[in-house]
Design a protein around this ligand. Structure first.
Ligand code: ATP
Ligand code: MG
Ligand code: MG
Ligand code: MG
Length: 438
């Protein structure tokens, strides 16, 4: 992509409405545009990152055996009356009427709708286990939308729903999601710690929140420092094998949100020098809720003995759009964003330090063509900005690798390669730079 042809409305000034660094940087880097409180348009740079994050979430759900579908954003109020949540959900739910005065709502979550789909088709335990997910926009009329995409009103969520014959089988499904979440967040360069959590309006008796530690987070958390060093299962993890050893390893080290924190246990179990009380960002949550929805909504299957039984369910959310904020909170410096490679909007940027200089232009074009031919995602800064402005913009938008090409270096046959994560710089030939990046 040529920057001269791209749409990257970088802001020079710090937007004053932004209270935290990720919100500030997303606005300054031209990633999002607020259209109403908590409602954002995703501009090209932000949209590229959103898609990358979404794809990692999708790949790890698929790997665990979950199946993707897509449910609508609008739902019938009557469906929510069946579960009893239409009235219980309160003002966070956006209620809408169509021209026939039929009551609808913009889905804040999809337990009811997926249960309706399930009960329409699945009649026997032989079709189980089943885990269905979608990645879809949600609306919650948050009392205080803030921090940009971190607490939006319209936001993108991955939500999965598991269906099993009994509690033991449902726990197997829960464990699969637990492992898939460990892998998902690690692939994005995040340390997201599973913590025992309250179940809230979803209901149920078993839940973990996945939390990224950050001073700007909205949840208070208590952890044993050791949890930060636990190993994340590799790509070769066998989801059909017994995953309980992995779950045991992660859940036997103290980590809890303030809602369920047990001070006495914390002090007894965790040596003083390992106790951490800090804040964090909830990037995902998993629930086992048993027969809460299946009983209310009559989602029954014929069991092995022919008797109809309500299925045991769980639901599993990931805040896809919130993750952009969480990643930036974890990966930035004073100059801007430092994207982990897996989610970066482009992998490499080429900075032409003297646009209009025939030799420099030619070298940049050649490098741009070579990298593009090798399928490296490149943003080529071919604008006529001065070098200082190009450096600042490249650091701000956080592309992991910058190749700087100017007349001086080029006279010796060299370019400069800079790694954004730690600022390390190296002088090398353009050919070596290509070899390094493919
Ligand atoms: P929170 O405690 O932050 O309000 P929640 O517990 O209400 O979140 P869940 O119902 O568990 O949210 O939804 C699953 C995931 O969706 C959350 O873990 C979070 O990452 C994301 N999420 C929830 N609310 C928002 C929001 N208003 N904006 C962006 N992401 C959100
Ligand atoms: Mg909430
Ligand atoms: Mg929460
Ligand atoms: Mg939650």
């Amino acid at each position: 992509m040529r920057l001269s042809r791209f749409f990257l409305p970088i802001l020079k000034e710090n937007p004053k409405e932004a209270e935290i660094v990720s919100h500030r940087l997303m606005l300054r880097a031209g990633m999002i545009r607020q259209e109403a409180a908590g409602i954002y348009a995703w501009l090209p740079l932000g949209f590229r990152v959103l898609k990358k994050i979404e794809q990692i979430v999708r790949e790890e759900q698929d790997r665990s055996g979950a199946l993707e579908l897509l449910m609508p954003t609008l739902q019938l109020a009557d469906l929510w009356r069946e579960s009893g949540r239409y009235d219980a959900y309160g003002p966070e739910m956006l209620r809408i009427a169509d021209r026939h005065k039929r009551e609808l709502l913009y889905g804040p979550t999809n337990e009811e709708m997926i249960t309706e789909i399930f009960r329409a088709y699945v009649k026997s335990y032989k079709s189980l286990p089943l885990n269905l997910y979608h990645i879809q926009w949600k609306f919650r009329d948050e009392q205080r939308p803030r921090f940009g995409v971190m607490r939006g009103r319209e936001f993108l969520m991955k939500d999965a729903y598991s269906f099993d014959l009994n509690e033991a089988a449902a726990r197997v499904a829960y464990n699969k999601m637990f492992v898939a979440y460990l892998r998902t967040f690690a692939r994005m360069g995040l340390k997201a710690i599973p913590m025992r959590a309250e179940t809230g309006p979803i209901g149920g008796d078993l839940s973990h929140e996945f939390i990224v530690l950050a001073e700007t987070g909205e949840s208070g958390v208590f952890i044993n420092r050791d949890v930060l060093d636990l190993p994340v299962p590799g790509e070769d993890v066998d989801y059909e094998s017994d995953l309980t050893p992995i779950i045991k390893q992660w859940t036997s080290v103290y980590a809890a949100t303030e809602d369920v924190h047990d001070a006495a246990r914390f002090e007894q179990e965790v040596p003083a020098d390992k106790r951490v009380n800090t804040r964090g960002i909830e990037v995902g949550q998993i629930f086992y809720f048993g027969t809460k929805y299946s009983e209310a909504m009559k989602a029954l299957v014929a069991g092995p003995h022919g008797v109809d039984v309500p299925i045991h369910g769980g639901s599993y959310g990931v805040g896809v759009s919130r993750l952009l904020g969480a990643i930036i909170e974890a990966c930035h410096d004073d100059a801007g964003i430092k994207w982990p490679e897996a989610v970066a909007p482009f992998r490499v940027s080429i900075l032409n330090l003297k646009q209009g200089d025939a030799a420099v232009d030619a070298a940049c074009e050649k490098l741009y063509a070579e990298l593009s031919a090798k399928c490296v995602d490149v943003l080529y800064d071919d604008t006529d900005q001065r070098a200082g402005a190009k450096f600042a913009a490249a650091d701000l938008i956080g592309i992991p690798w910058q190749i700087m090409i100017g007349p001086k270096g080029l006279a010796d046959g060299n370019v400069e390669l800079k790694r954004r994560s730690d600022g390390a710089r190296e002088i090398m030939s353009p050919a070596d730079a290509v070899a390094r990046l493919v």
